[in-house]
Design a protein around this ligand. Sequence first.
Ligand code: F6R
Ligand code: MG
Ligand code: MG
Length: 371
Amino acid sequence: MAKITISLIKADVGGYPGHASVHPKLKEKAKECLKQAKESGLLVDFHVMGAGDDLQLLMSHERGVDDEEIHQLAWDTFVEATQVAKELKLYGAGQDLLKDAFSGNIRGMGPGIAEMEFTEREGEPLIAFMMDKTEPGAFNLPIFKMFADPFNTAGLIIDPTLHDGFVFEIWDIMAHRKVLMRAPEELYDILALIGAKSRYVIKRVYPKETHPKLPSDEPVAVISTEKLYQIAEKYVGKDDPVALVRAQSGLPALGEVLEAFAFPHLVSGWMRGSHNGPVMPVSFRYAQCTRFDGPPRVVAAGFQIANGKLVGPVDLFDDPAFDYTRQKAQEITEYMRRHGPFEPHRLPLEEMEYTTLPEVLKKLESRFESA
Ligand code: F6R
Ligand code: MG
Ligand code: MG
């Protein structure tokens, strides 16, 4: 069988109300567009979802990553959904479509993209993670835990097929460069980079050359790393990231993948893209950002891939086993909120550079005297 490509492409093309959620009519329109593409043979399968105010297009096909027709399809679908958003006067209609016309690749045009091409295994579990009100570096901690932390992933110790570890592709999203690093050999160096999550982000994870079951050139995880302000050159909303993760048989088990979200770690991007808060794992039912436009949250859709067909999804955080994490996230939410405009609830100044704060500070500039 030909290799299969899974593309998860997302954009905020209008919120309802405010930046809280996606209106059902946007999802209907997107389904209509992708259904046509499936009937024409371009897509093998698709699934449309909403996470916070982001419209999510999960597509399977045989055309590889960065395929012009697939990207065009996603772009056109967002344009069509924007039309609906405009008719309903949804909030910020078309806000993530930062360019006027499609020019061959949707990267750098506003939407976020996580794509990977791989040889489908006998059993191929795939999880699509979608976060809202945060940024790509929010995935650093859980992806690290899944593929490199033995306190999270028992298989790294117990299962000989995982025991050699994995290779991390880490991007420096400020200097536009990347580095491949190996775990466990370079654990401390990896953490030295990815702990600085606003700059160094995990883009992909690969098996090692020694992996007994999987080719080392096919990714097992991929994360969207698009930064909107770098495209628009000003603050236009956060870059709410998405990720695709494969599981089982020489990879972290489904439960080890999900376990990485049992700790509601602090991420940036909440309220006006300007605040730190905990990332709360929720079911799709609760994928709407309300308190202080948040708190940031993550949803997970689980599938089995069958000859490219997306069998599912299972709403993976719809489980009382995550109630404790949610409770903890709410305690942290309350604690952080009490800081009001003070750091570290509000982001440090260098990260506020791309928000609307500099406009406010500019007005004070002339009043300063030397001290
Ligand atoms: C959007 C977001 C929101 C907005 C806030 C202000 O992703 O995080 O918190 O930044 O609602 O939005 P505007 O400036 O559109 O009124
Ligand atoms: Mg929005
Ligand atoms: Mg969003």
